[in-house]
Design a protein. Structure first.
Length: 679
């Protein structure tokens, strides 16, 4: 099969500056093409140049090219860069997210499957409200049947492209109930003339499958289809693409199987791994010249990712010098780790290094607390990207409100925040009456609520009485029990921890981790009053007025970003690779964790520091010994240098510490549980 004409670079402006592999990817226009674009190899440049090439060579008109990506930001950047290469009205082009392109098609053709063109698109908040109303109509107990758990079931089905009548056998009572809610939910959406984001994909597929005349029109219109970040597509998006591709098979998917890190969102790495089997006569072009990182960084990342079995494989290289070795630092505990990194950043600051080019990458959001506090002490300007600072998070604010009320019965703001969190059948009317009594009698809101409860009967009265019994018992415990233990008891007995446990989502698990870290922080103080004062000072920080800030960010959030110097922290078994992921997903989970480590290393241009602690504090068992991550062992030795606890060069840590066996050996779930039970 002939795959387009390869032009000399000098002939076309959109080919200028491209290497030979990039030129091949841009000009190989006919037939299915997978562009395996390694980290920092210029994938966006290839996509926009390919669009420009197709249009400028008159292979298609500007409205005959469909380019889909995952975020509005990426789509906007793509349009802007296309506009800089060729003279077209990019706003009229079919460049956008899967969802925006689907909405546009459904508004034009959805009437064929009874979708009214002026449909509204509901967001996550509207979806939650609608499901909650359905649960109440069914007279179900929201404490027993968590709303978010039901929504997660619905989203997973939609990620797989399944409507209620397409589901198989139910697995357990919660899934049975979720199916019932799902059917009613879809009926309500139809009545409201509304679609959610999953519907946009599903009904676009249904439109083309059920209406051959519409499919023929779409196939004729879109002569070329391009897909960005193909490794992140889910089952429904894969079906969507297969449905939209015409007999020409002119589909170009750009992605990197080594950066597939979103399975928890429904992404299926199998889509990119199966590309050559799914599309006949498919061609694969590898972009391997990296323009971001130095040689040692690429060699280290490449050596690590080779341990994965499920990958198509490529060898990144660069014309840049090898650069410094990756420094692996052994620290005693998380406080020691934060101190080390703070000191290293100060050294960079002293020589004029831009703080905006420095990043601390964490595996889990709870890790940010130690670094935030250390940076404040050392006056290092920082920002938390993609999330709130530790003490600004909902679950932390709620927990601190519990603590404030525990030590001060007159703290009305704290009381009002927690009295019905979690839900205790205490409605707004009850709170309003307590407010009126508080104002009339000039007493605290808590005292007014108690007086109100004593003067009436019902669920609200019983709930208020039970709440105060729990708080008062914990106040008595403060006389003889460590503050951190009392706070944990209060959050357990009040039902607050159970609220997040019942939700059973990735988000709720992160919230629980954050609460555990908060309890760990409390253990460092002699009293809860001292801790609350400390938190107040943390909240009173002065915001820097520039962008020259150190970035603290999760590895997931760092994908697509780049920094001069990167600190990769907490590389310990159980934390990274993540214990929960290993237990739930076994070898496939381990491979995704390794891809996450690969993404982390390849964010760096110049310097990489990897740190791990030999001790971690857990609120269940106090201080526990930690083992260095197996990923450290998998790094090529010629690319790294080991530093001991004093910061001096050390022998290979794995010559002194028993190496961690691969989870793929025999019984992975049992072995990891036994070895790291304390985590």
């Amino acid at each position: 099969m002939q795959y387009g004409n390869v032009l000399r670079v000098s002939e076309e402006i959109h080919l200028e500056g491209l290497n030979q592999q990039q030129v091949d990817a841009v000009t190989s226009t006919e037939g299915p093409l997978l562009v395996l674009a390694g980290a920092g190899t210029g994938k966006t440049t290839v996509i926009v140049s390919r669009i420009a090439h197709i249009i400028s060579q008159k292979l298609a008109e500007q409205n005959e090219v469909l380019a889909v990506t995952f975020t509005n930001k990426s789509a906007f950047e793509m349009k802007q860069r296309v506009a800089r290469l060729i003279d077209v009205n990019v706003e009229s082009m079919w460049i956008g997210t899967f969802h925006s392109m689907s909405a546009r098609i459904l508004r034009e053709h959805g009437v064929h499957i009874n979708i009214v063109p002026n449909f509204s698109i509901i967001d996550e908040e509207d979806q939650t409200r609608l499901v909650r109303n359905i649960v109440r109509v069914f007279e179900l107990d929201e404490k027993q049947y968590n709303i978010k758990t039901i929504i997660n079931h619905i989203r997973k089905w939609k990620d797989r492209g399944l409507l209620p009548n397409q589901l198989g056998l139910a697995m357990g009572p919660i899934e049975t109930l979720s199916r019932k809610v799902y059917k009613e939910y879809q009926d309500r959406l139809q009545t409201l003339n509304a679609l959610d984001f999953g519907d946009l994909i599903i009904y676009s597929i249904k439109l083309l499958k059920d209406c051959p005349e519409v499919q023929a029109k779409i196939h004729e219109m879109f002569r070329y289809i391009l897909v960005d970040e193909y490794q992140d597509t889910n089952a429904a998006q894969y079906i969507w693409l297969k449905t939209f591709v015409s007999k020409r098979q002119n589909i170009c998917c750009v992605g990197d199987d080594d950066q597939a890190i979103y399975s928890w969102r429904g992404a299926d790495i199998g889509n990119i791994l199966r590309f050559e089997k799914e599309f006949e006569n498919a061609r694969v072009i590898r972009l391997e010249q990296n323009y971001r990182s130095n040689g040692n960084i690429l060699q280290a990342a490449g050596g690590l990712i080779k341990n994965n079995v499920k990958r198509l494989g490529k060898e990144l290289w660069t014309t840049r010098q090898s650069g410094g070795l990756l420094q692996i630092k052994h620290t005693w505990n998380s406080e020691d780790e934060a101190r080390f990194i703070g000191n290293e950043i100060e050294k960079l600051q002293a020589v004029g290094y831009s703080m905006g080019s420095v990043a601390v990458l964490v595996r889990a959001s709870f890790q940010t607390r130690e670094f935030e506090e250390r940076f404040l002490r050392q006056a290092i300007p920082y920002r938390v990207i993609g999330g709130l600072r530790f003490y600004e998070r909902q679950e932390i604010k709620d927990s601190i409100a519990y603590i404030k009320f525990l030590i001060d019965n007159n703290d009305s703001l704290a009381f009002e925040r927690i009295i019905n969190t979690p839900k205790r059948s205490i409605g707004e009317a009850t709170i309003h009456k307590a407010h009126l009594m508080s104002q009339e009698e000039r007493i605290s809101l808590a005292e007014a609520a108690q007086k109100y409860a004593a003067s009436t009967r019902g669920k609200a009265s019983q709930a208020i009485t039970a709440f105060f019994a729990t708080v008062n018992e914990c106040r008595r415990l403060l006389e003889s029990t460590p503050p951190s233990t009392v706070v944990k008891t209060l959050l357990e007995n009040s039902g607050y921890l159970a609220m997040w446990k019942q939700e059973k989502s990735t988000d709720s698990l992160s919230r629980l981790d954050n609460i555990r870290e908060l309890i760990n922080a409390i253990s460092e103080f002699d009293s809860l009053s001292d801790f609350v004062n400390h938190v107040s000072l943390m909240a009173d920080r002065i915001e820097p007025d520039n962008e020259n800030l150190v970035s603290i960010i999760t590895i997931h959030g760092a994908k697509g970003l780049e920094f001069g110097t990167v600190f990769l922290v907490g590389w310990e078994e159980g934390l990274f690779p993540n214990q929960r992921t290993l237990v739930e997903s076994g070898v496939s989970g381990l491979e995704e964790e390794r891809r996450l480590a690969y993404v982390a290393i390849t964010r760096a241009k110049e310097n990489v520091f990897i740190s791990y602690c030999s001790h971690r504090k857990t609120n269940n068992a106090g201080w526990q010994m930690s083992m260095p991550s197996r990923f450290i062992r998998e790094l090529p030795k010629e690319c790294v240098i080991f530093l001991d606890k004093r910061g001096k060069e050390s022998v290979d840590i794995f010559a002194e510490v028993e190496s961690v066996r691969d989870i793929s050996e025999e019984k992975p779930v049992r072995s990891i549980r036994e070895k790291y039970r304390f985590l």
